[in-house]
Design a protein around this ligand. Structure first.
Ligand code: SF4
Length: 202
Protein backbone atom coordinates (compact mmCIF):
# COMPACT_ATOMS: atom_id res chain seq x y z
CA UNK A 1 0.00 0.00 0.00
CA UNK A 2 1.62 3.25 -1.19
CA UNK A 3 -0.03 5.49 1.38
CA UNK A 4 0.67 3.32 4.41
CA UNK A 5 1.79 5.40 7.39
CA UNK A 6 4.76 3.02 7.56
CA UNK A 7 5.82 3.39 3.90
CA UNK A 8 8.84 5.68 4.32
CA UNK A 9 8.41 7.28 0.86
CA UNK A 10 4.91 8.35 1.91
CA UNK A 11 5.60 8.91 5.61
CA UNK A 12 8.52 11.32 5.04
CA UNK A 13 6.25 13.66 3.04
CA UNK A 14 3.32 13.47 5.47
CA UNK A 15 3.23 15.15 8.88
CA UNK A 16 0.11 13.10 9.74
CA UNK A 17 1.93 9.81 9.08
CA UNK A 18 4.96 10.98 11.06
CA UNK A 19 2.65 11.68 14.01
CA UNK A 20 1.07 8.21 13.66
CA UNK A 21 4.54 6.60 13.54
CA UNK A 22 5.58 8.65 16.58
CA UNK A 23 2.52 7.49 18.55
CA UNK A 24 3.42 3.92 17.62
CA UNK A 25 6.94 4.45 19.06
CA UNK A 26 5.43 5.85 22.26
CA UNK A 27 3.10 2.85 22.56
CA UNK A 28 6.25 0.66 22.23
CA UNK A 29 7.81 2.66 25.07
CA UNK A 30 4.81 1.86 27.30
CA UNK A 31 5.21 -1.84 26.49
CA UNK A 32 8.97 -1.78 27.17
CA UNK A 33 8.60 0.10 30.47
CA UNK A 34 5.85 -2.24 31.63
CA UNK A 35 7.92 -5.31 30.68
CA UNK A 36 10.84 -3.98 32.73
CA UNK A 37 8.57 -3.74 35.79
CA UNK A 38 7.02 -7.15 35.14
CA UNK A 39 10.41 -8.88 34.97
CA UNK A 40 11.42 -7.35 38.29
CA UNK A 41 8.23 -8.47 40.08
CA UNK A 42 7.61 -11.74 38.18
CA UNK A 43 4.25 -10.46 36.93
CA UNK A 44 2.91 -9.95 33.40
CA UNK A 45 2.26 -6.41 32.09
CA UNK A 46 -1.53 -6.94 32.24
CA UNK A 47 -1.27 -8.16 35.86
CA UNK A 48 0.54 -4.92 36.76
CA UNK A 49 -1.96 -2.80 34.81
CA UNK A 50 -4.89 -4.48 36.58
CA UNK A 51 -3.33 -3.93 40.02
CA UNK A 52 -2.69 -0.23 39.25
CA UNK A 53 -6.22 0.22 37.87
CA UNK A 54 -7.83 -1.34 40.96
CA UNK A 55 -5.76 0.83 43.29
CA UNK A 56 -6.88 4.07 41.66
CA UNK A 57 -10.54 3.33 40.81
CA UNK A 58 -13.79 2.96 42.70
CA UNK A 59 -15.01 -0.52 43.72
CA UNK A 60 -17.84 -0.54 41.17
CA UNK A 61 -15.23 -0.53 38.37
CA UNK A 62 -13.21 -3.38 39.92
CA UNK A 63 -15.23 -6.20 38.40
CA UNK A 64 -14.28 -8.75 35.76
CA UNK A 65 -16.65 -7.41 33.09
CA UNK A 66 -15.57 -3.78 33.59
CA UNK A 67 -11.87 -4.72 33.52
CA UNK A 68 -12.43 -6.74 30.32
CA UNK A 69 -13.87 -3.63 28.62
CA UNK A 70 -11.22 -1.36 30.14
CA UNK A 71 -8.34 -3.40 28.73
CA UNK A 72 -10.13 -4.59 25.57
CA UNK A 73 -9.68 -8.22 26.62
CA UNK A 74 -12.10 -11.13 26.95
CA UNK A 75 -13.73 -11.89 30.32
CA UNK A 76 -11.95 -15.28 30.23
CA UNK A 77 -8.53 -13.59 29.97
CA UNK A 78 -9.31 -11.17 32.82
CA UNK A 79 -10.69 -14.04 34.95
CA UNK A 80 -7.43 -15.92 34.41
CA UNK A 81 -5.44 -12.80 35.39
CA UNK A 82 -7.54 -12.38 38.55
CA UNK A 83 -7.11 -16.07 39.42
CA UNK A 84 -3.30 -15.75 39.20
CA UNK A 85 -3.23 -12.52 41.21
CA UNK A 86 -5.34 -14.22 43.88
CA UNK A 87 -2.94 -17.20 43.98
CA UNK A 88 -0.07 -14.73 44.43
CA UNK A 89 -2.06 -13.18 47.31
CA UNK A 90 -2.09 -9.75 45.67
CA UNK A 91 -5.90 -9.42 45.46
CA UNK A 92 -9.00 -10.73 47.26
CA UNK A 93 -12.55 -11.14 45.99
CA UNK A 94 -15.39 -9.41 47.86
CA UNK A 95 -18.57 -11.36 47.04
CA UNK A 96 -21.93 -9.60 46.65
CA UNK A 97 -24.30 -10.68 49.47
CA UNK A 98 -27.29 -10.59 47.05
CA UNK A 99 -25.58 -12.43 44.18
CA UNK A 100 -22.78 -14.80 45.18
CA UNK A 101 -21.56 -15.14 41.55
CA UNK A 102 -20.74 -11.43 41.48
CA UNK A 103 -17.68 -9.98 43.20
CA UNK A 104 -15.48 -6.90 43.31
CA UNK A 105 -11.71 -7.14 43.45
CA UNK A 106 -9.66 -5.57 46.23
CA UNK A 107 -5.93 -5.29 46.74
CA UNK A 108 -4.20 -7.02 49.62
CA UNK A 109 -1.40 -5.29 51.56
CA UNK A 110 1.14 -6.94 49.23
CA UNK A 111 -0.89 -5.89 46.18
CA UNK A 112 -0.79 -2.25 47.35
CA UNK A 113 2.96 -2.56 47.92
CA UNK A 114 3.45 -3.74 44.31
CA UNK A 115 1.40 -0.76 43.04
CA UNK A 116 3.55 1.64 45.06
CA UNK A 117 6.65 0.15 43.45
CA UNK A 118 5.39 -0.10 39.86
CA UNK A 119 2.93 2.73 39.25
CA UNK A 120 5.68 5.22 38.35
CA UNK A 121 6.64 3.05 35.36
CA UNK A 122 5.63 5.87 32.95
CA UNK A 123 7.92 8.54 34.43
CA UNK A 124 10.34 8.49 31.47
CA UNK A 125 7.35 9.42 29.27
CA UNK A 126 6.25 12.08 31.78
CA UNK A 127 9.70 13.73 31.95
CA UNK A 128 9.96 15.12 28.37
CA UNK A 129 6.29 16.17 28.49
CA UNK A 130 7.04 18.05 31.69
CA UNK A 131 9.69 20.06 29.84
CA UNK A 132 7.32 21.29 27.09
CA UNK A 133 6.07 24.88 27.02
CA UNK A 134 2.66 25.23 28.70
CA UNK A 135 0.96 26.17 25.37
CA UNK A 136 2.43 23.08 23.71
CA UNK A 137 1.19 20.89 26.59
CA UNK A 138 -2.33 22.26 26.17
CA UNK A 139 -2.28 21.78 22.39
CA UNK A 140 -0.97 18.23 22.86
CA UNK A 141 -3.61 17.34 25.47
CA UNK A 142 -6.45 18.79 23.35
CA UNK A 143 -5.22 16.95 20.24
CA UNK A 144 -4.84 13.62 22.06
CA UNK A 145 -8.33 13.92 23.58
CA UNK A 146 -9.74 14.46 20.08
CA UNK A 147 -7.85 11.43 18.72
CA UNK A 148 -9.12 9.28 21.62
CA UNK A 149 -12.70 10.54 21.09
CA UNK A 150 -12.49 9.48 17.44
CA UNK A 151 -11.10 6.05 18.40
CA UNK A 152 -14.04 5.65 20.77
CA UNK A 153 -16.56 6.68 18.09
CA UNK A 154 -15.21 4.11 15.62
CA UNK A 155 -15.24 1.51 18.44
CA UNK A 156 -11.49 0.87 18.63
CA UNK A 157 -11.45 1.94 22.28
CA UNK A 158 -14.51 0.87 24.24
CA UNK A 159 -14.34 2.47 27.67
CA UNK A 160 -14.30 6.25 28.02
CA UNK A 161 -14.30 8.45 31.07
CA UNK A 162 -13.29 11.67 29.33
CA UNK A 163 -15.07 15.04 29.14
CA UNK A 164 -15.70 14.96 25.37
CA UNK A 165 -17.98 11.92 25.64
CA UNK A 166 -19.60 12.82 29.00
CA UNK A 167 -23.27 13.71 29.39
CA UNK A 168 -22.30 16.73 31.55
CA UNK A 169 -19.94 18.24 28.98
CA UNK A 170 -20.92 21.24 26.84
CA UNK A 171 -18.76 22.92 24.20
CA UNK A 172 -19.37 26.47 22.91
CA UNK A 173 -20.51 26.92 19.30
CA UNK A 174 -16.99 27.95 18.20
CA UNK A 175 -15.49 24.91 19.98
CA UNK A 176 -13.16 27.08 22.05
CA UNK A 177 -14.89 26.97 25.45
CA UNK A 178 -15.77 23.97 27.61
CA UNK A 179 -18.29 23.68 30.43
CA UNK A 180 -19.13 20.94 32.98
CA UNK A 181 -22.79 20.90 34.02
CA UNK A 182 -22.02 18.73 37.05
CA UNK A 183 -19.26 20.92 38.48
CA UNK A 184 -21.18 23.94 37.12
CA UNK A 185 -18.01 25.61 35.92
CA UNK A 186 -16.04 26.47 32.82
CA UNK A 187 -13.24 24.04 32.06
CA UNK A 188 -9.92 25.39 30.84
CA UNK A 189 -7.99 23.06 28.54
CA UNK A 190 -5.90 22.00 31.54
CA UNK A 191 -9.13 21.06 33.40
CA UNK A 192 -10.32 18.63 30.68
CA UNK A 193 -10.23 15.10 32.07
CA UNK A 194 -9.21 11.82 30.48
CA UNK A 195 -10.37 9.72 33.46
CA UNK A 196 -13.06 11.41 35.55
CA UNK A 197 -14.64 9.62 38.56
CA UNK A 198 -17.93 11.53 37.93
CA UNK A 199 -18.14 10.64 34.22
CA UNK A 200 -21.50 9.55 32.82
CA UNK A 201 -21.58 8.26 29.24
CA UNK A 202 -23.60 10.14 26.62
S1 SF4 B 1 -18.32 15.17 35.00
FE1 SF4 B 1 -16.12 14.89 34.68
S2 SF4 B 1 -15.94 14.02 32.60
FE2 SF4 B 1 -18.00 14.91 32.80
S3 SF4 B 1 -17.77 16.96 31.92
FE3 SF4 B 1 -17.54 17.11 34.17
S4 SF4 B 1 -15.31 16.98 34.50
FE4 SF4 B 1 -15.70 16.25 32.43
Amino acid sequence: MNNSDFNLNYQNKSIESKIVASLERISQAFRVLLWQESKEFALTPIQIQVLIFIFYHHNEKCKVSYLADEFNLTKATISETIKTLEQKELITKEFDTQDTRSFTIQLTKNGKKIVEQTSLFSKEIFNPIDKLHQDDKETLLFSLLNIIKHLNQVKVITIQRMCFTCVYYKRSANGQKHFCNLLNQNLQTTDLRIDCPDYVSL
